[in-house]
Design a protein around this ligand. Structure first.
Ligand SMILES: [Zn+2]
Length: 278
């Protein structure tokens, strides 16, 4: 009987069943965590793929999964302030840890300054992603010291990919003349990308809504001045004003989804589109 349990526990180590259950707010953070922890980590994502975090309500199934989490990664933008009490209600023991220490926050740039909202779209800058990964790595190594080498190896592999993508954005930015570095988005998701790589983001959305006709005229003038050739929109967001502006500028409307699990895809689309600027 003793041997049976020994074999059983040995088998479970070999099968690499998850050692830690970690919860994150958004899909991009789940991707980062999964690249670091692979099968060693069970990941709970609060906002499911395709859901809009701006209007999100926690699902009962997610609350149930969250009740098993040992660690919850949050950030200081206040993104989760409306849901966190409910999640904490089902799991009072969860360790709430910041993934953003070392990141310089900016306020959300969407033409309204009454509310001092911080920009939560941290992961669109690969420089921020590298900081987040370092923070995640430190936590994983602290809570699962046996996995240290495993996490470190995965971290190094992923870092190499991120640095290489980050370098290509940087070299594009160096190549482009200043007047071609402005891009237009409906929702202001790419603020940290713009800040960290020397681009400028023009945002259509005003205070989370479609702009008024007067603002639209102003935006068209601004876009013309900035020689905008592409307007980036996200799935599930209104296309109306983006298409209107695009029409009057003869610009393209490009869809990308920075909130997807594969968040690097959105960054690559942005990079490719910007590199085609004439
Ligand atoms: Zn957003």
């Amino acid at each position: 009987m003793k041997y049976f349990f020994l074999i059983l526990s040995l088998a479970s180590t070999l099968l690499a069943s998850p050692v830690l259950t970690v919860a994150v707010t958004l899909q991009p953070y789940a991707k980062m965590l999964s690249r670091l922890g692979k099968d060693r980590i069970e990941i709970v994502v609060l906002v499911p793929e395709g859901s809009d975090p701006h209007t999100f309500e926690p699902k009962p199934g997610t609350l149930k999964d969250f009740s098993k989490a040992e660690i919850y990664f949050t950030d200081s933008s206040g993104l989760d302030k409306n849901w966190l009490p409910r999640f904490k209600g089902v799991n009072s023991k969860v360790k709430i840890l910041a993934l953003d220490s070392g990141i310089q926050f900016e306020s959300l740039d969407d033409h309204h300054h009454e509310s001092e909202a911080l920009d939560p779209h941290l992961w669109v800058s690969l420089k921020n992603v590298q900081i987040i990964l370092k923070n995640m790595l430190a936590v994983l190594m602290q809570y699962d010291p046996q996995g240290e080498n495993f996490y470190l190896e995965n971290f190094n592999t992923y870092m190499e990919e991120l640095v290489s993508l980050s370098d290509s954005i940087e070299s594009l930015s160096k190549k482009l003349p200043e007047e071609k570095k402005t891009f237009m988005v409906f929702h202001p998701s790419f603020g940290y990308f713009a800040r960290d790589y020397g681009f400028k983001q023009l945002c259509i959305e005003a205070n989370g809504k479609e702009p008024k006709p007067k603002d639209l005229q102003h935006l068209i003038q601004e876009a013309k001045k900035s020689k905008i050739q592409s307007i980036f929109i996200m799935p599930n967001f209104s296309k109306r004003s983006a298409e209107m502006i695009a029409k009057s500028l003869n610009a393209n409307v490009v869809t990308l989804n920075p909130l997807a699990y594969d968040f690097e895809k959105a960054i690559k689309i942005l990079l490719e589109t910007l590199s085609k600027v004439q």
